[in-house]
Write a protein that binds this ligand. Structure first.
Ligand code: NAG
Ligand code: NAG
Ligand code: NAG
Length: 374
């Protein structure tokens, strides 16, 4: 019986490999070679053992921080000798929040390892990824090596594809290569819940910003209310950049040549005072350069409740008259079509991004502490 099972399993592996179908790492005890694929590393994918039924499903993690690297959301469907989807998201980066239940909404992962190309005209897309497009000024160069390099002041928009980005975990690693002319608002900037990509009506362009300021190293949130003939924002809510054991010093601004991971988490929550809907913003940072999925620290959090975070000047009267508009003091609710990555500077400014993804998280949005319950 056991021998039959092993035979079956071996056959399945051989078949899977023969068909080139080994798209996830396979367990070495099932005969798969962890070194066979460049992306399949022991650190991320090896397991000490199979499950105790020898059913060729997942085994025991090799490391103690197993939920980050070694637990799996599901077994492979075929029961063949491959294991399931990792609890790490794309690029082996740790997921902090539970994924949304499977549905029509698709997550996004950058394609910056595909053949190099660059974009510098408004609305042009990465030739490898029609879901993204350019706005702003300067250039985005996709390096073919997993990086996207931003020159001057580009914005790289990421469409949701119709379902809207609502409750999300938006991850990217950024590093400055050259400052150029640093503006007061320059930084590593992620924007979520916005229709900024294609609005015609300035009242429908609100969005939430998370940023590390280049000049001060402060972490901040800001809410954009209106983008028309003028631009109306909330005040920027700032905190000093966190200290960390990895030698990344933010006390005098963003250092050059230092990768910093950002996770901007946005989800609809409840105002504990009156039970009204509110929007929770969290910014987690990783200074470990991605080691073992990232050592993510909560650097800033803010609950945007009704009336608590006003515009710094008057929003035009017409805002508030249509769906998607946001009145002064209102949180930004609902799925919106875009997230985007942004940097600001001049022609000498060079900022690299890597390992970017946007993932739909469940409404309950419980941070993952143990296990892999999806
Ligand atoms: C593995 O073995 C333990 C201890 O015998 C048992 O409690 C557990 O249910 C088993 N798990 C599976 C998946 O068979
Ligand atoms: C996991 O942690 C325990 C207790 O700290 C330790 O005894 C054990 O050796 C660790 N295992 C691995 C694989 O590092
Ligand atoms: C991005 O992910 C790749 C693959 O896991 C890793 O080798 C690389 O170091 C990561 N880059 C950053 C900047 O974290």
């Amino acid at each position: 019986m056991a021998t039959d099972l092993i035979r079956f399993v071996r056959a399945a592996v051989v078949l899977a490999l023969a068909e080139g179908a080994c798209t996830v790492c396979a367990h070495p005890k099932c005969g798969c070679d962890l070194t066979g694929e460049s992306w399949c590393t022991a650190a991320k994918h090896c397991h000490d053992d199979l499950d105790n039924s020898s059913g060729c499903q997942w085994g025991v993690a090799c490391f103690n921080d197993s939920e980050a690297h070694h637990c799996h959301e599901q077994t492979n469907a075929a029961g063949a000798c491959t294991w399931g989807v990792s609890c790490s998201s794309a690029f082996g980066v740790r997921k902090l929040y539970t994924s949304a239940l499977p549905g029509p909404a698709k997550d996004w992962v950058n394609s910056w390892d595909l053949p190099a190309n660059s974009i510098s005209r408004v609305d042009d897309s990465d030739s490898n990824d029609a879901q993204t497009f350019f706005k702003g000024s300067g250039q985005v160069a996709f390096g073919g090596d997993g990086t996207a390099t931003f020159h001057r002041s580009p914005r790289l928009y990421i469409r949701s594809g119709g379902s809207g980005w609502e409750d999300i975990e938006f991850t990217a690693y950024g590093r400055y290569r050259a400052y150029g002319d640093v503006r007061s608002y320059s930084g590593l900037t992620l924007v979520a819940r916005t229709n900024h990509g294609d609005y015609t009506d300035g009242c429908s362009a609100p969005g939430y910003y998370a940023r590390i300021y280049t000049t001060t190293g402060e972490v901040a949130f800001q809410k954009e209310y209106y983008h028309g003939t003028s631009v109306v924002y909330s005040a920027s809510r700032r905190l000093p950049g966190p200290s960390n054991p990895y030698g990344v010093d933010l006390s005098s601004g963003l250092p050059l040549d230092e990768w910093i991971g950002l996770k901007f988490v946005v989800y609809t929550a409840t105002d504990p005072d009156d039970g009204a809907p509110a929007v929770q913003l969290k910014l987690y940072l990783d200074f470990s350069r991605g080691a073992r999925g990232g050592d993510w620290v909560l650097a800033h959090e803010l609950l945007d409740t009704s009336g608590s975070w006003m515009a710094t000047r008057a929003i035009p009267d017409e805002c508030g008259t249509e769906d998607g508009h946001v009145r002064d003091g209102e949180p930004i609710f609902g799925g919106r079509e875009y997230c985007f990555l942004r940097t600001d500077g001049d022609s000498d400014t060079v900022v690299e991004w890597a390992n970017a993804s946007v993932r739909h998280i469940s409404g309950a949005a419980t941070p993952r502490t143990t296990g892999c319950e999806d």
